[in-house]
Design a protein around this ligand. Structure first.
Ligand code: MSP
Length: 507
């Protein structure tokens, strides 16, 4: 990817009626890795995350706990923020939908669409569960009963504002067809194309049955529908309709919304049509990743198998978790989380392949050259081939990152780790060290190895920031150096590495 000057990317905003689990961590982590990669290539990045705090569910959860919805949100939002800190997530902004700046933007976009004639007052009719105070659509019902509590529902009507979504069907279809990259992966794009071709209905975008939300401007009995409210976070955080810092002008349209597959329709049908109606450009891309199961089962509170990221980080280390989540499963497909697979990855890819490369290389340099990097002598074919692999893989990783193909990028980087380990075996530095006449050859081999370690360190940094920093420090690099062969100067002092990833013993 030719490094863009500006890049904006977003995670979904997380509901505060649930505490963060591995599924939430996954989306946020993927965005962090892409953001770090692009920053490393010189782009100015706006990386947005946050929390979705309004709606009936939060209102009820708060009631049940005897607190106000905002008290509940204040409490849960800290859980998200502290997890992001622990997971080493370097976001630019954290938006909460309870913030004033957000309310302002939501009411503004509502007013704009209304003024353009695409919001009208009508009646919303659906199946209502009185004890739960919730409307359900026909298809959500379980044998005619409430899917939450199982009690009977009744058909009820309430006044509601509607968005003329039907009007935008053709325009949306034309947009998806003209922009093959707008919805990714491709299978998701096809799913949405057939959904839109079946026809779009107008959408109810206000409720009167609860009050924890943003009031409809000029008709305060109504609160704005949570998805209309939540989706707007992507522009409210940038200062829509425009503010002094110029972020909206600079970063909108956003480059990619990263989401899970379950919320695709909201992002590729509702959100684009709201934007069309408001006369705002559409985001460039929506990428939907797959879902994690745990040891083969759906993650759920009732199965008590929810994977808690804090615990995993404490046990295995933050970089191992970051690596595993993005290496194990192609981004876009579903995947299964298992402790055995995690331990296997740590032991083989991290402790064995990467860890050994770094410790062997730095230990040999200390042993043979007292820790000072010698100048490289004349290259043989072995060096030329290895250098060529680095140069072509750097280009390949760039393309893979542009496609959000994180697992492929890691695979490519690990091919380099493998090639560097193989180079050690092919050149046998320990044999060269025995022959004083071969010191120049040994210098070339050691320079080549340490330079390989440096480049691998830079390549792994977005995925494993702490490991990247450790490797750079071992090689005496204060600034992230250039991602091109030959950056190390002779004379650099190289420290012998402690094991980067201790092996995990299994029974
Ligand atoms: N609040 C809405 C999003 C509004 S965006 C304008 C929401 N929140 S959520 O907290 O329920 O989910 C947030 C994200 O977590 C979604 O992208 C969802 O796909 C992801 N995941 C939740 N469980 C997951 C797995 N088991 N596996 C992978 N991702 C999962 O939806």
């Amino acid at each position: 990817m030719t490094a863009p000057q500006h890049f904006c990317l977003t995670t979904p905003i997380y509901y505060v009626n649930d505490v963060p689990h591995i599924g939430h961590a996954y989306t946020t982590l993927a965005c962090d890795v892409l953001a770090r990669y692009l920053r490393g290539r010189g782009a100015e990045v706006f990386f947005l995350t946050g929390t979705d705090e309004h709606g009936q569910k939060v209102e009820k959860a708060a009631q049940a706990k005897g607190e106000t919805p905002l008290e509940l949100a204040d409490r849960v939002v800290k859980r998200f923020q502290s997890l992001w800190e622990k997971l080493n997530i370097d976001y630019t902004d954290f938006i909460r939908t309870s913030q004033e700046r957000h309310k302002h933007a939501v009411q503004e976009i509502f007013r704009t669409i209304q003024a353009r004639g695409d919001i009208y007052l009508g009646e919303y009719e659906d199946w209502y569960c009185t004890p739960c105070e919730t409307f359900w659509t026909e298809t959500q019902l379980m044998d005619g009963n409430c899917p939450d509590c199982g009690r009977p529902t009744e058909k009820l009507k309430e006044a509601s504002y509607f968005f003329r979504m039907s009007k935008y069907q053709e325009q949306l279809l034309a947009h998806i067809e003209a922009n093959p990259d707008f919805i990714q992966p491709k299978s998701r794009r096809n799913e949405i194309l057939s959904f839109v071709r079946e026809g779009l209905r107008d959408l109810s975008i206000s409720r009167t049955s609860f009050s924890w939300g943003i009031p409809v401007p000029g008709d305060e009995k109504h609160v704005i529908y949570v998805w209309f409210d939540a989706l707007t976070n992507y522009i409210s955080a940038l200062g829509y309709p425009g503010d002094d810092n110029g972020n909206f002008e600079k970063f909108w349209p956003c480059d990619v919304h990263v989401i899970g597959k379950d919320i695709l329709r909201f992002h590729t049908v509702y959100w684009p049509t709201f934007l069309m109606a408001a006369g705002i450009p559409l985001p460039k891309k929506v990428f939907a990743h797959g879902w994690w199961t745990v040891e083969g089962q759906k993650m759920s509170k009732s199965l008590a198998n929810v994977v808690e990221p804090n615990m995993l980080i404490d046990k295995y280390g933050v970089d191992a978790i970051r690596y595993f989540l993005l290496r194990e499963v192609p981004f876009g497909l579903d995947g299964d989380f298992s402790h055995a697979a995690l331990v296997h990855r740590i032991n083989s890819d991290l402790a064995n392949d990467l860890g050994n490369l770094v410790s062997r290389s730095t230990a040999m340099l200390n042993k043979y050259f007292g820790g000072t990097l010698p100048a490289s002598g004349k290259d043989t074919d072995l060096e030329t081939i290895l250098q060529g692999r680095f140069t072509s893989t750097i280009v390949q990783v760039d393309a893979q990152m542009a496609d959000l193909a994180f697992n492929k990028a890691l695979q490519s980087i690990w091919e380099l780790v493998g090639a560097a380990n193989k180079y050690i075996d092919e050149t046998s530095p320990w044999a060269l060290a025995k022959d004083p006449a071969r010191v120049e050859r040994l210098a070339t081999v050691m320079y080549t190895l340490i330079e390989s370690v440096r480049l691998i360190g830079i390549l792994v940094t977005p995925f494993m920031p702490d490991t990247g920093t450790k490797i750079a420090a071992l090689l005496g690099q204060e600034q992230p150096g250039a991602l091109a062969w030959g950056g190390l100067s002779s004379g650099t002092v190289i420290t012998k590495a402690e094991p980067l990833f201790p092996r995990i013993e299994t029974e």
